[in-house]
Design a binder for this molecule. Structure first.
Ligand SMILES: Nc1ncnc2c1ncn2[C@@H]1O[C@H](COP(=O)(O)OP(=O)(O)O)[C@@H](O)[C@H]1O
Ligand SMILES: [Mg+2]
Length: 139
C-alpha cells in the first residue's frame, strides 16, 4: 500500500540523516528546503505530494512539521489517496539540535530564532490526529 511518511522534529535534530538512512531507496523525498526562494512553498509541496501519491509513489515529507495544524493537510492528502500515513518523530533535546545546527555551514544553518520558534510550536505527533502509526526515532 502506498505510504506517506511525515517527519517531525526541530531543525538540526537529524531528520534528513534519518531519511537518507531509512527511506532513501524506497520513498520520494519532498522538502520545502528544495525551493528556498520560491513563494508559496507550502502549496507547492502539497501539490507535489499529491502528484507523487497519485502516481503510486511512497513519499516522505522532510520538514519540521511541528504542529498538528501543519500536519493535518498532509494527513488529508494521504487519506484522499487511500495511502497509509506514518509520523516519524526525531526526538532530540533542544540543546543538541542547537549544537548540531551551529555546526552546519551556509544555508543549512538556520537562525537561532527559527529553531526556538519551532521548539515553541512542537507537539509530538499522535494517532489521535490521524496517523496510522507514530514512530519515535532518537537522534
Ligand atoms: N544521530 C546523529 N548523531 C549525531 N549527529 C547527527 C545525527 N543525525 C544527524 N546528525 C548531524 O546533525 C546535523 C543535522 O542533521 P540533519 O539530518 O541535517 O538534521 P535536520 O534534517 O533535522 O535538520 C548534521 O550535521 C548531521 O550530520
Ligand atoms: Mg533536513
Amino acid at each position: 500500500m502506498t505510504e506517506l511518511v511525515v517527519m517531525v522534529g526541530l531543525q538540526g535534530c537529524g531528520k534528513s540523516t534519518w531519511v537518507a538512512g531509512h527511506l532513501a531507496g524506497t520513498h520520494a523525498v519532498v522538502s520545502k528546503d528544495q525551493w528556498p526562494n520560491a513563494r508559496r512553498r507550502e502549496r507547492r509541496q502539497r501539490r507535489l505530494v499529491d502528484e507523487l501519491l497519485a502516481a503510486g509513489r511512497d513519499v516522505v515529507v522532510d520538514n519540521t512539521n511541528p504542529s498538528p495544524g501543519e500536519r493535518a493537510p498532509l494527513i488529508a492528502i494521504a487519506r484522499a489517496h487511500g495511502a497509509v500515513v506514518r509520523a516519524v518523530y526525531v526526538d532530540v533535546p533542544l540543546p543538541v539540535c542547537l549544537d548540531r545546527n551551529a555546526a552546519r555551514t551556509g544555508r543549512a544553518r538556520v537562525p537561532l530564532v527559527g529553531v526556538l520558534g519551532t521548539a515553541k510550536r512542537l507537539v509530538a505527533p499522535t494517532v489521535e490526529e490521524g496517523f496510522d502509526r507514530v514512530e519515535v526515532a532518537g537522534g
